[in-house]
Design a protein around this ligand. Structure first.
Ligand SMILES: [Zn+2]
Ligand SMILES: [Zn+2]
Ligand SMILES: [Zn+2]
Length: 277
């Protein structure tokens, strides 16, 4: 790869910062349970209970990673979750899959939940072996109290790949030093490539209102890594593809931001975190 420069200067280590993201380009469609999608039918076995929201009160420390300030009371009905996304390894080998699994399913509890660093839907990640699913479950209806802004329109993908550089808050200290960026500076260097908001696998976090904070693995201490981004708005930047629909999934996260899922690079089954920004 060519040596990246900044302001005409080759900066050591800049090339190592490039991450190739898979931009999903969701578009409304009619996905099947055996396809990758947003908000479509999940390949969920009929003999497995449909999952409920993990954010209960009193909280279950194993079920969810954030310091929730409240949750669904256990002496009443806990809402069922809804399909948010499904990714097959065959379509997205870039995603981490625990051994013996080939599909990642993302479910939302489609209402606001409140923790110091995440205001939005509760999220579950489920990896499974699609070959073990014999009969597919009929999903229960979305809970009555669901926030319509968190229920996606089913979408299919037309992925492309895009090279990304991080926002300043994700720069390693060496790179900050090489670029002469003072300690505590918050804005990207002038002329730095823009990191737009769009749904993707991998890449860097398109921080806009907040900065990276409190993103270490609770289990092993490793720094969690940007893994999946689900965007409210699909920006027309960077990849050169035409973006026909700005909000194809129809969902709207806090401040019209991006829902980012961070996973542990040492073991993807370690507790993940969600940040909307
Ligand atoms: Zn919930
Ligand atoms: Zn870990
Ligand atoms: Zn594209």
């Amino acid at each position: 790869m060519r040596q990246l420069t900044y302001d005409g200067m080759p900066i050591p280590g800049l090339n190592d910062l490039v991450r190739t993201a898979i931009r999903l380009h969701p578009a409304p469609g009619e996905p099947r349970p055996d396809e990758s999608h947003l908000g479509g039918p999940l390949l969920w076995p009929s003999d497995e209970p449909w999952p409920e929201c993990p954010v209960t009160w009193p909280p279950d420390p194993d079920a969810s990673d954030d310091a929730w300030k409240s949750g669904h009371r256990l002496d009443g009905p806990v809402p069922v979750m809804v399909s948010a996304a499904q990714f097959f390894r065959g379509d997205f080998p870039e995603l981490p899959f625990p051994e013996g699994t080939d599909v990642l399913q993302i479910l939302f509890c489609p209402m606001e939940h409140d923790s110091p660093r995440h205001q939005g839907p509760a999220v579950r990640l489920v990896w499974r072996d699609s070959g073990e699913v014999e009969h597919i479950a009929d999903p229960p209806p979305a809970p009555e109290e669901a926030d319509a802004a968190l229920l996606p329109v089913p979408c299919v993908f037309e992925p492309c790949s895009i090279d990304e550089l991080p926002r300043l808050c994700d720069f390693p200290p060496e790179t900050r030093a090489a670029l002469g960026i003072p300690e505590g500076a918050g804005d990207d260097p002038e002329g730095w490539p823009e990191l737009g908001q769009y749904s993707k696998i991998g890449g860097w976090t398109a921080w806009s209102a907040t900065e990276r904070a409190d993103l270490d693995c609770r289990e092993c201490g490793a720094e969690l890594r940007q893994t999946i981004a689900l965007a409210t708005e699909e920006h027309e930047v960077g990849c050169g593809c035409e973006v026909t629909e700005g909000e194809p999934a129809g969902w709207s996260f806090h401040r019209r931001g991006v829902l980012n899922v961070f996973t542990c690079p040492a073991d993807v089954t370690h507790p993940f975190k969600v940040r909307i920004d």
